[in-house]
Design a protein around this ligand. Structure first.
Ligand code: MN
Length: 131
């Protein structure tokens, strides 16, 4: 849904710009950072509707960051999509088992990426409405 706030955690400038541009064209509002540590802080402060989390990051990695987000009542209900280089061979099932709400390979396919973002946002809105 246009107007929803999405937090991008990605250390690669080109990947960050692509994701930001694709989301902004669709009417989403984005904030971004290059590190998991700052991402956790921004999530607490800004309460985004969704977080896009790179797995390989300088300092804390994306999987550890997810555990921190899940442990904090302020951020535990925010869905997080893992975005990872396909060379890393992270399997979708393994990432979902870690607690990610979705999974995308880099380089992203814009169509698949936007479908997944829309699907996860919708599922999360549904979960909220049901509770
Ligand atoms: Mn990275």
């Amino acid at each position: 849904m246009a107007g929803e706030l999405i937090l991008i955690v990605e250390d690669n400038e080109k990947n960050r710009k692509l994701v930001r541009d694709v989301l902004q064209v669709k009417g989403y509002i984005t904030i971004e950072t290059e590190t998991a540590e700052e991402g956790i802080h921004l999530a607490q402060e800004s309460q985004p509707a969704l977080i896009l989390m790179d797995i390989q990051l300088p300092g804390m990695d994306g999987i550890t960051a997810l555990k921190h987000l899940r442990a904090d009542p302020k951020t535990r209900d925010i869905p997080v999509i893992a975005v990872t280089a396909s060379a890393m061979m992270h399997k979708r099932e393994a990432m979902l088992a870690e607690g990610f709400a979705g999974y995308q390979n880099k380089p992203i396919s814009i169509k698949d990426f936007l479908e997944e973002v829309g699907k996860v946002l919708e599922a999360h809105r549904g979960a909220r409405a049901a509770s």
